[in-house]
Design a protein around this ligand. Structure first.
Ligand code: BES
Ligand code: MN
Ligand code: ZN
Length: 499
């Protein structure tokens, strides 16, 4: 998609040129000033009036009407240099990519150096460009009679810069790796439940693993029985589809140690079971595999980036439905860890399948655990579709991750695990815990439940119930699946590799 060039000249024959402008500049600078002189000072005039605004993310399209080689210019407002950050540059690129898509511009040139400011490193600016362009122009291949067939594609982007070409190439590839992973996650979440069963999810995982030469294993229900995974099997027993436990290992080091492990909730459809969900919006529960999608998305990115750190990807996958043998409220399940669970609500199923996956991941050598799950409606009420909830048993690990999320441009907020919360689920007369102790503090209950299976391993729990799916478009994508947290966890992998 990208070719890197030097020596941008506005007299060149260029159909569409994209230029960044800053609010601090009272008159055009750099390439904009060259355009200005070629246009007899007209850009300066526009700068003075409000017709060409440098306000952050404001895009203005100007036709040069034959006055120079460049025919159309998209000026992208970047605001004040001192206020700029990585997140804002990325969003500004996303905004202009969306407008280019709307105008079906398939071949463009970018005056890359006009986007650079001291606030954001140059290589990050380049990463932001390729990442944002791929994310913002993402389209799900739908099932309509008039198929959208991914009609629009930015075919050619000529990137003009005087900076080092190898640095640019590397940053472009890195941005593409992050976006490609995120778009893998989006495709999976957007796929309806009848077309993405646990078996299909496992097939997708295997195909990504094979593409990158990763080791993989898919456990069947018979294996789960042998291992005593009563919690995962308990959820799956209400469905005709077989549960799967997908395990992929990226062995970067000679020794299988210091293994960063991601565990993703793969509920391909959650009807709630006998604690049935209300009909309104139940269809959105096809997105209840958002955690596993982020994990598979990250697998795609890791496969492209090949960072120097061992990574394991674990996905428990099942449906949560109703049939004659489905689990019932009051049932007691014995998890692989040996801990028993009284089912007080069959709709709190995510934590059940994750519990066994976490125990299995530890057995397979997980040294650091990150679980991702569309776990609770409570986190949707608290944070909407803006921030993901995080819980952790390890300060340093949490801080490292918080930094990664910030760099990836995603919002996270921590929920507490104070001592008294830890007792909240220990109220069963017959089992070690209940799976739900009612509505109070219910996002925290979800995390606390999982922590019982994590035990001492450094751990992060990411509740993405509100953020995995959105009914609004953003600067970086259309409405529907967001692919949230893919980029933050890929950043985490890269941070681990760098140490
Ligand atoms: N998959 C849901 C959580 C969810 C809610 C995801 C809204 C996305 C949007 C989860 O399995 C669930 O049903 N959670 C229950 C837990 C409760 C029974 C303790 C919930 O949040 O109501
Ligand atoms: Mn549920
Ligand atoms: Zn669920």
């Amino acid at each position: 998609m990208f070719t890197v060039k030097k020596g941008l000249d506005v007299r060149q024959d260029i159909h569409t040129l994209v230029v960044g402008i800053y609010g601090d500049d009272k008159k055009p600078t750099g390439i904009a000033s060259e355009i200005d002189s070629a246009l007899n000072g007209h850009i300066s005039e526009l700068f003075k009036s409000d017709d060409l605004s440098a306000k952050l993310k404001k895009v203005t399209r100007i036709h040069t009407l034959g006055a120079l080689g460049v025919k159309t210019i998209y000026f992208v407002g970047l605001g004040l240099r001192k206020d700029l950050n990585y997140r804002k540059v990325r969003e500004a690129f996303g905004k202009v990519a969306k407008e280019l898509k709307q105008h079906k511009q398939e071949e463009i040139a970018i005056a890359m150096d006009s986007f650079y400011s001291e606030a954001v490193e140059f290589k990050q600016t380049v990463h932001a460009l390729s990442e944002a362009f791929m994310l913002a122009t993402y389209q799900f291949e739908d099932y309509k009679e008039k198929k959208n067939e991914r009609k629009y594609e930015l075919k050619r982007i000529e990137l003009y810069s005087e900076e080092d070409e190898a640095t640019i190439d590397y940053a472009l590839k890195s941005g593409e790796a992050y976006a490609a992973g995120t778009n893998v996650a989006r495709d999976l979440v957007n796929t309806p439940g009848n077309l993405l069963t646990p078996t299909d999810l496992a097939a997708q995982a295997v195909s990504i693993a094979q593409k990158h030469g990763f080791e993989y294993d898919v456990l069947e229900e018979s294996d789960m029985k042998e291992l005593g995974m009563g919690a995962l099997l308990g959820v799956s027993q209400g469905s005709d589809q077989d549960a799967k436990l997908i395990v992929v290992k990226y062995k970067a080091k000679e020794k299988w140690e210091d293994v960063l492990t991601f565990v993703g909730k793969g509920l391909t459809f959650d009807a709630g079971g006998y604690s049935l969900k209300p009909a309104l919006n139940m269809h959105e529960m096809k997105s209840d595999m958002g955690g596993s999608a982020a994990v598979l998305g990250a697998m795609e990115s890791v496969g492209r980036l090949k960072p120097d750190v061992n990574v394991m990807f674990v996905i428990p996958s099942s449906e949560n439905l109703i049939n004659g043998s489905a689990m019932k409220p009051g049932d007691v399940l014995t998890s692989m860890s040996g801990k028993t669970i009284e089912i007080t609500n069959t709709d709190a199923e995510g934590r059940l399948i994750l519990a066994d996956a976490i125990t299995y991941a530890k057995e397979q050598g997980a040294s650091y655990l990150v679980d991702l799950a569309t776990l609770t409606g409570g986190v949707v009420v608290a944070f909407g579709d803006i921030a993901s909830g995080v819980m952790s048993n390890d300060e340093a690990f949490f801080q490292k991750f918080e930094q990664c999320a910030e760099e990836a441009g995603e919002y996270v907020w921590r929920l507490p695990m104070f001592g008294p919360y830890k007792k909240i689920l220990r109220i069963s007369n017959v089992a070690d815990f209940v799976n739900s102790a009612g509505k109070n503090a219910h996002p925290v209950q979800g995390g606390v439940f999982l922590s019982e299976f994590v035990e001492d391993t450094p751990w992060l729990h990411l509740d993405i119930a509100g953020t995995a799916y959105s009914n609004k478009a953003s600067d970086l994508g259309p409405k529907g699946a967001t692919g949230v947290m893919t980029r933050s966890i890929v950043k985490l992998v890269e941070k681990f590799a760098a140490k």
